[in-house]
Design a protein around this ligand. Structure first.
Ligand SMILES: [Ca+2]
Ligand SMILES: [Ca+2]
Length: 301
């Protein structure tokens, strides 16, 4: 299942201009959720994946609700792609519900301006089958992703298909400057390099979001959540007064929404080809460790 996760997708993208316009997969309701506070309860919920052995829990972490946190530290000079990264997945799969995390994403302040580090929280499932019957291998995935070089911007993507052996995929992404509330990009694509498909009703809501002054995902603990149901995915966070701010209320065609049980995952990894929005610079390899700090993880009941 990690064959594709996050890894080689942008290898298919030859143009740097295009590469800034597509996200990589990091490899979605019920209103009730459980909160994993990263205390002694957490290990029973997390699958001990041998690709992800660098999990460290810490106490007395400033800014956390309960003092305890999970630190995901990407070592210096990592291999590109999620397999060279650090993260976890849940032991159990979930279909629909509320998912998310209160976290502080990897901070590359003071490093090379083009440092390529992704912090992600997402649902994921693929068995390379074609359950939705459209001729392309399914890839069920709903992502929050942040690039350390652009910590005022969030990338949100809903995937349903991805082929490792062709240029076929199905994903819709929204790139949002959370600080200003400006939607930078909202696009459904079926292959790399062929541009956006015509938008369907309900795919680009709200047109603008409530600005969160001073927003910086790498400097502040924030909760990022999404409510995943069969016909709607709503992404949200909270402003400086702890009021809910909807980042993307996706109500487009249901066949563009995952409908399969999925694991929830969080990870930090190096991308060598995913540039910040608006940049054509090639991302550079981090030469020092980079850490995302997870205060809590939110899962369906
Ligand atoms: Ca399919
Ligand atoms: Ca905590």
């Amino acid at each position: 299942m990690f064959g594709k996760i996050g890894g080689a997708v942008l290898a298919l993208v030859s143009s740097a201009v295009v590469s800034v316009l597509v996200s990589q997969p990091a490899m979605a309701a019920s209103a009730t959720s459980q909160t994993i506070a990263w205390n002694d309860l957490a290990p029973t919920l997390i699958h001990p994946n041998t690709d992800y052995t660098k999990l460290v829990t810490a106490t007395r972490v400033p800014g956390t609700v309960d003092g305890k946190a999970l630190k995901l530290t990407l070592p210096a000079n990592p291999e590109a792609g999620p397999r060279g990264g650090v993260g976890f997945e849940t032991a159990k799969a979930y279909k629909y519900g509320t998912f998310g995390s209160r976290m502080k994403t990897a901070d590359c302040t003071g490093q090379d301006a083009n440092t390529g580090v992704v912090s992600a929280a997402f649902t994921y499932s693929t068995d390379h089958a074609d359950t939705n019957g459209n001729g392309v291998a399914d890839n069920n995935e709903i992502d929050f992703e942040f690039l350390c070089a652009q910590p005022d911007v969030v990338w949100m993507t809903i995937w349903t298909d991805y082929s490792e052996t062709s240029n076929n995929l199905r994903s819709i992404s929204r790139v949002l400057n959370v600080r200003t509330g400006e939607v930078l990009y909202n696009c459904y694509i079926v292959s790399y390099g062929t541009g956006c498909q015509a938008p369907q009703p309900g795919e680009n809501l709200p047109a603008k979001t409530t600005p969160i002054p001073g927003f910086d995902a790498s400097k502040q603990f924030r909760s990022y959540k999404f409510d995943w149901s069969a016909n709607r995915v709503t992404f949200y966070t909270y402003d400086n007064q702890n009021r809910k701010v909807v980042l993307w209320d996706y109500r487009g065609p249901a066949d563009r929404i995952p409908q399969s049980p999925s694991l929830f995952m969080q990870n930090v990894w190096h991308s060598a080809n995913w540039a910040p929005y608006g940049s054509t610079a090639k991302p550079t390899t981090p030469t020092v460790p980079n850490t995302a700090v997870i205060d809590t993880t939110f899962l369906p009941q």
